[in-house]
Design a protein around this ligand. Structure first.
Ligand SMILES: CSC[C@@H](O)[C@@H](O)C(=O)COP(=O)(O)O
Ligand SMILES: [Zn+2]
Length: 214
């Protein structure tokens, strides 16, 4: 399927959903200093051919403009002529789509995801157990224990993207970048948002457990 063959309504729906998520995350303070990026995939998926709408690079994501999003292909190249630059981290989105076939990917920098990614950075994962919101990740067993993978945070984005396939755990829809932030995905924007809210809740609980010594 070529980009031009994807129905306009589907593209508009993706932009509408991105706008809504962006506003909600901005209201939570999840885009400090222009950080963070969001994407939603459109059209059919093949590991080497797919398209997604993504946030433009370096924008203040707490305000709405006509230049907030653009469509790119699996290589991260804009689908249409535009002066906009896709997120500097587009290749990470592309790699996650390629590996998972998911429908939406959200990335935010928060104090809790930064602190725990460093605290457990040498272990390669943040452990979490016995938190009700683990169920929001689709893991329903009682007192479930999970490991949220962590990859190093290189300045060179392709070097990070290369590590994503080895880091992704099939039952954990997220990966931390050490001292940077978290990437979370889902079949669609609703599910990716639920996963991100759950991860951030879980990370805050684990941080506060450490701080309280409980
Ligand atoms: C401005 S600090 C954050 C950036 O370095 C980057 O990690 C980020 O999340 C946003 O980059 P962007 O290119 O706007 O998508
Ligand atoms: Zn980032």
């Amino acid at each position: 399927m070529n980009f031009a063959d994807i129905p306009l309504e589907e593209k508009q729906a993706a932009l509408h959903d991105l706008r809504a998520v962006k506003e909600q995350f901005a209201a939570r303070g999840w885009f400090p200093g222009t950080s963070g990026n969001l994407s939603i995939r459109v059209g059919d998926f093949q590991p080497d051919q797919f398209y997604f709408a993504i946030t433009s690079s370096d924008k203040d994501k707490s305000v709405n403009t006509t230049e907030d999003f653009l469509f790119v292909d699996a290589a991260g190249e804009p689908c249409e002529t535009t002066k906009l630059r896709p997120s500097a981290e587009t290749l990470i989105h592309s790699k996650i789509y390629r590996m998972t076939g998911c429908g939406a990917i959200f990335h935010v920098h928060t104090v809790f995801n930064n602190l725990l990614s460093e605290r457990y950075g040498n272990d390669g994962f943040v452990p979490a157990q016995g938190i009700e919101l683990i169920k929001c990740l689709g893991i329903w067993e009682e007192n479930a224990a999970i490991r949220i993978p962590i990859v190093p945070n290189y300045a060179d984005i392709p070097s990070i993207a290369k590590l994503i396939p080895g880091a992704i755990q099939s039952d954990i829809p997220g990966v931390l970048l050490r001292n940077h932030g978290i990437y979370v995905w889902g079949r669609n924007a609703f599910e990716a948002k639920r996963h991100l809210e759950a991860f951030e809740f879980i990370l805050e609980v684990e941080y506060r457990r450490l701080a309280l010594g409980v």
